[in-house]
Every structure is written in structure tokens, then in C-alpha cells.
Design a protein around this ligand. Structure first.
Ligand code: SF4
Length: 728
């Protein structure tokens, strides 16, 4: 067989390494899918340090999605009721540039919005920031990561002074207790869960605690499952903190030397004694005590979370409440310990590094910091004051801007807000009001196509070379291995072309994505996510590499015997942790406790809407199914949407499994077949979020959800809303 191309799975933030080989290999039958189309061979990359050859069903079947329903040519139409017509790239770019100029000079640059994606490679993210925040002078770039993990970003920044999960995957093999809260890791980050379960099964003393209102596949393997009521996470964590404080199970030296704010924190947690917490959370005092006992007795505690914590109107407070437990017990900066946020998307982390949210600039800088703006303006060759000091519109604020007629140009790339935004009826009405929407994606149809004036065909990850950073801060070079279909182009190249046509030829003088990454990496020098030593060539030669672990650290590693004498391990093979010296990124180098009372759900159940609806993901599907809906094996695995209802509630409602119900919230309605199961707690129902109008009729979870957001992270509370249920 020919040498495989090394790349990364483009689905979830685990970031498993893949090896791909052409469909036709010497001495082998051509690899074909069921329709007879030749497809690439895909297997796990055993040399990738994050995944060691493992892949889940999504990674294993990815090749089947590469050729199906691709958008091949630029298309345009004047209004949404007209059919699209194929146009040249030149015509499409001219139309976009003209529209940008009109909007800039009539409404101002803040009437331009770009909504991007954690599917971008870092090069795409970086060029988009340069175009929108630098050259156009508006910070209206946001990404679908706002809906996914922006609470983790603000929690880390507020507690540690900088973003960045401090842990690594090796911690899964070294922990004494894994505390999983708001994460169905078994289905959403399966390769990490398999690794953790292996460690858990092998070492009987290792504990696994799962906090989730549902009895998920993750909870099935736990020593302790705390099925708390939705919205009571902070009660639980303050309750655990209360017990640790009362038991004097604190790391006083760590608190004294490396933190601020402990006394204010104690003033809050003293109001969370076990009877109060158990009653609010709907769990027993014994289970609460057992959870606190695990925190008190474990030498190394690793907490992990994802959307169940982040997608909340108090998301930042929840993240900081998790971090508080680590700070009071000194559980950070050592193997097997730390607060570890699991990112949903393949390059949400790279997006954070490249400044891909509306308050950020590249290199973990922020738009509100004058020095940061000045650094970036100088680096980009722009006049002082070009970058706005005001944070731009977040994802939902872009929808509100469309609703109010304040947005003159809306550019959506690699994401499908017509399914994934909250309050979908309102979202769709706002999208319809857009005077000019550019939709840049790989696939057609998607639900978003109906709302576009211009369609731009994007090359997807297999058709361009760039880097992605996974949840453990490991950067992988994803090399191109196939030709883009039709006239599809890499996202960064499209943004750069628009930038050049707008008169910024010097700023966008690139021929290759390697030049883009080199420039971006240079801009991270001296920043917490410093990757200035890295380049495409370095990553090609050394393999996937973590930041905060370049060659400098490797030189400190003990040499080991090799064939030709003593050798040091390659940097890529090393796992790094942040804060091993307990020096944080705050001005005084101390981490900060965050003292929060629980506020509960933004929309609690009441007599009219008595159930809490929670939403989530399934093992085989990804987001809005743009890829996985086109892969037969995954469609067969999860053919239809459904609603989980507890047997007691089903009895009260008079419904059985497979019968249909209508679910209504204050905003909208959806219909689902019922799955009666004890996996869900009474009073709560669960619906997967993958089905948009393209894949099922009236089964959109987000027709029901609301946009109430965390005041710090601006992340909407997609995880919970109040609904009523009516048998059909
Ligand atoms: Fe891809 Fe995530 Fe599955 Fe790994 S765990 S193969 S990154 S979807």
C-alpha cells in the first residue's frame, strides 16, 4: 500500500488521528460504498498521541460523506423567492465586495456580520479575523462555538486569567476519581470515555462519578450517578464545597499561596448544607456525602464537562464552581487532576487561539485590551485604532440584528444556524429579513440554503491543508488528500480574495495555507497559547504537538535508551499540563475563587408548561446531520428523532412508546414519537438536537428552546426550557 496521508477526524473535539489511503491500492479491490462510488480507506492513526489508533463510528465512516451532495459552484439569486443561478467566482466576489462597500458606507462596518464554525481550520479562522476585525474594523465575527463552549472560555479566563484547558488525555489514565458533570462522554466523546472506562475497570480503587439528569450510557458505568434536577449544578457543587470545608478537607497551603477570594467563597457556600442541597437537587444526602467523600479522599481528581454545563444562563458560574472545587483541594497542575472542558468541535480550540469569538483577538488576546489591539494592528500593518474596542455581536445578537434591520450583510460559513440556533421560529423569521446573506458551505441542500442570496462552495477538510487543535491543546496538521469538487475553494482563500479586492493586497498576500499558519503562529509568541515554534513543516515532521509543550520542554525530558544510544522523546509524544508551577495568568499569578449562589433555570417549569425539556446528542450523529445524515450506516443507527419520557409521566399523559406527542413551549411546537424510559427523571424529557426540517417534519428541538444567555459568556441556555406535552 502507498504511504497513507495523516490527518484528523473532523467531527468532535477529541481530535482522533486518521490515516487515509486512495480508493485504489495496488493488489486490492477498489474500495467502494454501496452505490459503487470509490471511497477512501480510513483507519485510526496509531502514531497519533491523542487517540493511538482508535476511532468511533463517525470517524470510521467519514469517507462516505466526502462526495455526496456537494456544493460545486457559486450560485446567486436576488431574492429568496427566486431560484439560484450558477455564476463565476469573479461575479460572486464582485457582488460580495460591492455589497460590503455599500453597507460600510451607508450603515457602517458594524452592519456586517460573519458567523463561522469550529469546523474551520485555524488558517480559515485567522484570515476571517484579519478581514472582519482588522480590515473592516468591526468585531462582528462569532462562531457556533458560542453555542458550545464559550462558558468554558469565560470561566477559565475569570479563574485563571487566561483560556486553555489545563489537562491532557494522559490524565484519564492517571486519575483516582473522574467527576463527569453535564457530559455524556460515552456518546459525545466516545474515544475518551473508552480510555477512561479502561482505566476505571482496571483499577478498582478508581471512582467514576457522573452528574446528569439522564441515566446516559456514561452514567451506566459510574460508581455514583447523581441525577440532579436540571439547573441545580451550582447547588450541588456548593454543597460538595460546604462538606469539604466542614470536614477541613482543604489544601490550606495551596489556597493561601496560590489563590484569592477564598473567604468570600466560604461566605457563599456556608448557605449550602446537605439537607438544603439534597432537597434542591433531588438527590439523597447520602449520595451528596459520597460525592464529597470522593473529592476529599482522592489524591487526583479530574473533572470533565461539556455542553450540559456550558449551555446555561449561568454557564460561567457553573464552570467557575467546578474550578472552585479544584482550587480548594489543590487538584490542579499535577497528573490525573484538573478541570477539563471537553470541546464539541474539531477545531473549537483553534478558533479560541485564533480569536474566533466576537470579544477575542488572535493569541488569546481580547478586543477590549488596548495593548492587545495595538499589538495586532501593528502586526497586521493597519493604522492605530483600526480594531474596534467594543466586543462584536454574538451569534444570537446577529439574529437580533437581522430582526431589527441593523445587519446589512450576513456571512455564514461552515455552520447551519437554521437548525442549531435557539428559538428557531424567531431565528428563521430573522434570517428571512436579511437583505444579503452569503452562505459558504460544502453541502447542499442544508436548511440554511433556503435563506441565502449567494452560495459559495467551500472545500472541506480533506481538500485543503491546515491545522486543528483538539481538547488537549494538541495541534494536528490535516493534509489535503483529495481535490475539491467543482470549483470549491478553501475558506481562507475565499476570505483572502475578498480582502484583496477590498484593497488590502498587502494583508492577504498568501499563496499557501502554510504561510497563513506561520504568520498566525508568530502572532502567538509570548502569549499563553504560544505556538510560534510550530509550522506546517514542523508538524509534518514531528506529528501532532501540544502547545505549551514545544521543543523547549522536550529538552528537559529524561533521555531513554535507543538503538544508537540515549535519545530524548520527540516533543509530539509528550503530554503537557498547564499550571504545574501553580503560576496562573492573573496579574498576581494567583487563581481566583468565584463565589456564586445558584439561580436555577432561566425558564423553570410551571403549571402551564410543567416539564423541563433537555436536549443533547447521539453517538452516531453530528450536529445538524450535514455529514452524518448522508451516511447510511449512521442513518440506520439513528433513523428518527424521539422524546424520552419517564414511565410515571407517560402514564399520567396516557402515552406509550412509539405513540406521538406534540410538545409546546412559549416559542414553538414540535412532534416526536415517544420513548418511555426510566433513563430520564420524572418531570424532565429529552430530545436529540440533530433533526432539522430537511431530515424530519416538525421535529426540531430548537423550535422549543430559548435564547436566554449567560451574562458573561453570552452562551444561550439550549439545555433546558419549560414545555407542555400533549398526546396526539
Ligand atoms: Fe472523530 Fe470524535 Fe469519534 Fe474521535 S471520538 S473518531 S474525533 S467523532
Amino acid at each position: 500500500m502507498a504511504e497513507p496521508t495523516k490527518t484528523l477526524c473532523p467531527y468532535c473535539g477529541v481530535g482522533c488521528g486518521l490515516e487515509v489511503m486512495a480508493p485504489a491500492q495496488p493488489g486490492k479491490a477498489v474500495n467502494r460504498d454501496k452505490d459503487g462510488t470509490p471511497i477512501w480507506f480510513v483507519r485510526g492513526d496509531r502514531t497519533h498521541p491523542s487517540s493511538q489508533g482508535m476511532v468511533c463510528v463517525k470517524g470510521a465512516t467519514i469517507a462516505e460523506s466526502l462526495h455526496k451532495d456537494r456544493l460545486r459552484y457559486p450560485m446567486m439569486r436576488e431574492s429568496l423567492d427566486q431560484p439560484f443561478r450558477q455564476v463565476s467566482w469573479d461575479d460572486a466576489i464582485v457582488a460580495i465586495v460591492n455589497r460590503i462597500q455599500v453597507v460600510r458606507f451607508t450603515q457602517g462596518p458594524d452592519a456586517i456580520c460573519m458567523y463561522g464554525s469550529g469546523q474551520f481550520q485555524t488558517e480559515d479562522y485567522y484570515i476571517a479575523q484579519k478581514l472582519i476585525k482588522g480590515c473592516l474594523g468591526t468585531n462582528n465575527f462569532d462562531a457556533n462555538s458560542r453555542l458550545c463552549m464559550s462558558s468554558a472560555v469565560s470561566g477559565y479566563i475569570q479563574s485563571f486569567g487566561a483560556d486553555g484547558p489545563p489537562c491532557c488525555y494522559d490524565d484519564l489514565d492517571e486519575t483516582d476519581c473522574a467527576f463527569l458533570i453535564g457530559t455524556n462522554t460515552a456518546e459525545c466523546h466516545p474515544i475518551l470515555y473508552n480510555r477512561l472506562r479502561k482505566h476505571h475497570k482496571k483499577h478498582r480503587n478508581v471512582k467514576l462519578v457522573v452528574v446528569d439528569p439522564r441515566r446516559t450510557a456514561t452514567a451506566d458505568g459510574a460508581d455514583l450517578h447523581l441525577a440532579i434536577k436540571p439547573g441545580t449544578d451550582i447547588d450541588l457543587m456548593n454543597g460538595i464545597a460546604y462538606l469539604l470545608w466542614r470536614w477541613h478537607d482543604l489544601d490550606h497551603a495551596f489556597i493561601e499561596t496560590h489563590t484569592n477570594g477564598f473567604d468570600q467563597f466560604v461566605e457563599v457556600i456556608r448557605h449550602y448544607p446537605p439537607p438544603v442541597v439534597a432537597e434542591r437537587c433531588g438527590i439523597s444526602e447520602a449520595d451528596l456525602s459520597m460525592a464529597a467523600h470522593f473529592w476529599a479522599r482522592s489524591q487526583r481528581i479530574l473533572s470533565m464537562w461539556s455542553m450540559g454545563v456550558n449551555q446555561s444562563s449561568e454557564g460561567t458560574a457553573k464552570v467557575r464552581s467546578i474550578i472552585n472545587l479544584h482550587l480548594m483541594t489543590g487538584q490542579i497542575g499535577k497528573p490525573g487532576a484538573g478541570p477539563f472542558s471537553l470541546t464539541g468541535q474539531p477545531n473549537a480550540m483553534g478558533g479560541r487561539e485564533a480569536g474566533g469569538l466576537s470579544h477575542l483577538l488572535p493569541g488569546y488576546r481580547t478586543v477590549q485590551n488596548a495593548q492587545h489591539r495595538e499589538d495586532v494592528e501593528r502586526f497586521w500593518g493597519l493604522p492605530p485604532g483600526k480594531i474596534s474596542p467594543s466586543p462584536g455581536r454574538t451569534a444570537w445578537e446577529m439574529i437580533l440584528g437581522l430582526e431589527m434591520g441593523e445587519v446589512g450583510l450576513f456571512w455564514v460559513a461552515a455552520t447551519n444556524p437554521a437548525v442549531s440556533m435557539p428559538d428557531l421560529e424567531r431565528t428563521k423569521a430573522a434570517l428571512k429579513r436579511s437583505p444579503f446573506t452569503i452562505y459558504q458551505d460544502c453541502y447542499t441542500p442544508t436548511e440554511m440554503v433556503d435563506y441565502a442570496h449567494i452560495l459559495l462552495p467551500a472545500a472541506q477538510w480533506s481538500e485543503k491543508t491546515g491545522v486543528m487543535t483538539n481538547s488537549e491543546r494538541r495541534i494536528t496538521l490535516c493534509s489535503q488528500f483529495r481535490t475539491p469538487p467543482g470549483e470549491a475553494k478553501p475558506d481562507w482563500l475565499i476570505f483572502a480574495e475578498v480582502g484583496r479586492r477590498l484593497g488590502f493586497a498587502k494583508q492577504f498576500a498568501y499563496n499557501y495555507s502554510a504561510e497563513v499558519y506561520k504568520e498566525f503562529a508568530r502572532l502567538t509568541q509570548g502569549q499563553p497559547c504560544d505556538q510560534s515554534e510550530l509550522s506546517h513543516t514542523y508538524l509534518f515532521e514531528h506529528g501532532a504537538t501540544q502547545w505549551a509543550n514545544p521543543a523547549a520542554q522536550a529538552s528537559d525530558l529524561p533521555e531513554k535508551p535507543g538503538l544508537l544510544g540515549l535519545v530524548r522523546p520527540a516533543p509530539a509524544a509528550v503530554s503537557s499540563r498547564l499550571y504545574v508551577d501553580h503560576q496562573f495568568h492573573t496579574p498576581d499569578k494567583r487563581a481566583r475563587f468565584g463565589a456564586y449562589h445558584s439561580r436555577g433555570l432561566a425558564e423553570p417549569p410551571d403549571d402551564r408548561y410543567p416539564f423541563v425539556l433537555t436536549t443533547g446528542r447521539l453517538y452516531g450523529h453530528w450536529h445538524t446531520q450535514s455529514r452524518t445524515g448522508r451516511i447510511e450506516k449512521l442513518r440506520v443507527m439513528h433513523p428518527n428523532p424521539f422524546i424520552e419520557i419517564h414511565p410515571k409521566d407517560a402514564e399520567k399523559l396516557g402515552v406509550k412508546s412509539d405513540e406521538w406527542v406534540e410538545v409546546r413551549s412559549r416559542r414553538g411546537m414540535a412532534r416526536f414519537p415517544v420513548l418511555v424510559t426510566k433513563a430520564i427523571a420524572p418531570g424532565t424529557v429529552f430530545v436529540p438536537m440533530h433533526w432539522g426540517a430537511l431530515w424530519a417534519d416538525q421535529a426540531e428541538a430548537n423550535a422549543l428552546t430559548h435564547a436566554e444567555a449567560c451574562p458573561d459568556s453570552r452562551q444561550p441556555e439550549l439545555k433546558a426550557c419549560a414545555v407542555e406535552i400533549l398526546p396526539i
